[in-house]
Design a protein around this ligand. Structure first.
Ligand code: GLU
Length: 359
């Protein structure tokens, strides 16, 4: 296993990964769904919308130690598919933070912004299978649609049977209020969104609820009816960007990820990702969702709640706090970060993670 240091001085100049990385054909050379992983491949997949905070560190520590304790690889993927929210400054800062905290990733760093061809290929396969349709609904048109427990709109299927052309570009100026501040060019070239047809009468066993059952290593048995709780979801947005749900499924498979360890804010996204894996014939990884860290007001730490960036200066103390948050037995004797990691990898006990994060 070739272990690489985080490349902090060259973040934007790494092409698609070799080795553990991005085999385009691995999506086609598929393992049957749910085949047991031959060996452990984990990943950390931050979105560079801001620096890492304590909550992201907790997730990174869990994914890193879980991979290393299993003798596995740990990949780093920059999830910058939403180019409207991501910045190169945040990307550089995240890489510097990871390096300063002693994380060592395997293989080349993968950047989603360089992988449009893979996402397009997956979309085409879904289209050929009759699972895609174009949608013209605007956010304001969906404002009154019902919402699920996570506050997400449950798509009511407005455009499902309209057979709108997939490649249609909408002159949204006709439909939307004009905003004089917005660049006209992007208005004139707005796409229709593409949605995934979650359930179909011809589905195996005619599972029109698209019921997904799966096991989470921390949260246990999970189930969700994707048709009832989410509805047909977007895979390519109206602004032409690929949606996270599509990119994450394609990338996890292309990178051979066997184990997804990530924050519990994504627990509710997992069923739709498993559904997509099944329709694309991709293997289903194991999942471990790490309890969210909340601030004193009970809000999830995030850029929106002004969570403070973690500082390399106090790396050892901050790592020890993240370790305790994960319910692990204290590692107080470690003199430095390298010693902390050695002890942590030897002592890792994922069963000790408490669903409420010890609160
Ligand atoms: N990019 C996501 C985030 O930063 C993580 C996605 C994932 O791990 O599946 O929250």
């Amino acid at each position: 296993m070739g272990t690489g240091q985080i490349a902090i001085d060259n973040p934007g100049n790494l092409s698609s990964a070799k080795g553990a990385g991005s085999a385009v054909d691995s999506i086609d050379g598929v393992t049957p769904a749910q085949a047991p992983a031959a060996s452990y491949v984990g990943r950390f997949a931050p979105s560079p919308t801001g620096p890492l905070h304590f909550g992201s560190l907790v997730t990174a520590v869990a994914s890193y130690v879980d991979a290393r304790a299993a003798g596995g690889q740990w990949l780093l993927r920059i999830e910058d598919v939403d180019t409207t929210r991501c910045t190169v400054a945040a990307e550089r800062e995240i890489m510097a933070q990871l390096a300063g905290f002693g994380f060592e990733h395997d293989g080349a760093i993968v950047f989603q912004r360089e992988r449009a061809a893979l996402y397009e290929d997956a979309l085409q396969r879904l289209q050929l299978a009759g699972r895609l349709y174009a949608c013209r609904c605007t956010r304001s048109r969906l404002a009154l649609a019902p919402r699920n427990a996570d506050g997400e709109t449950i798509y009511p299927g407005t455009c499902r049977e309209l057979n709108l052309p997939i490649d249609e570009r909408t002159d949204v100026g006709v439909h939307l209020k004009r905003d004089d501040q917005a660049p006209l060019a992007s208005e004139a070239s707005r796409h229709v969104a593409l949605r995934f047809r979650v359930a179909d009468a011809s589905d195996p066993g005619a599972d029109v609820r698209a019921q997904i059952e799966w096991h989470d290593r921390c949260f246990g048995a999970q189930h969700q009816s994707v048709a009832c709780d989410v509805g047909d979801f977007v895979l390519r947005r109206a602004d032409g960007l690929f949606a996270y749900q599509l990119a994450v499924v394609v990338d996890d498979a292309a990178q051979g990820v066997s184990d997804v360890v990530r924050g519990a804010d994504l627990l509710g996204n997992t069923a739709r990702q498993i559904l997509l894996q099944r329709h694309l014939g991709l293997p289903q990884p194991r999942y471990l969702h790490v309890p969210l860290v909340r601030n004193t007001d009970g809000q999830k730490l995030s850029k929106q709640t002004n969570a403070a960036a973690i500082h390399v200066d106090g790396a050892l103390v901050t790592l020890q706090a993240a370790w305790r948050y994960l319910g692990q037995r204290a590692i107080d004797h470690a003199p430095d970060v390298a010693a902390f990691w050695r002890a942590a990898i030897g002592a890792w006990s994922p069963d000790a993670i408490r669903m409420d994060g010890g609160n």
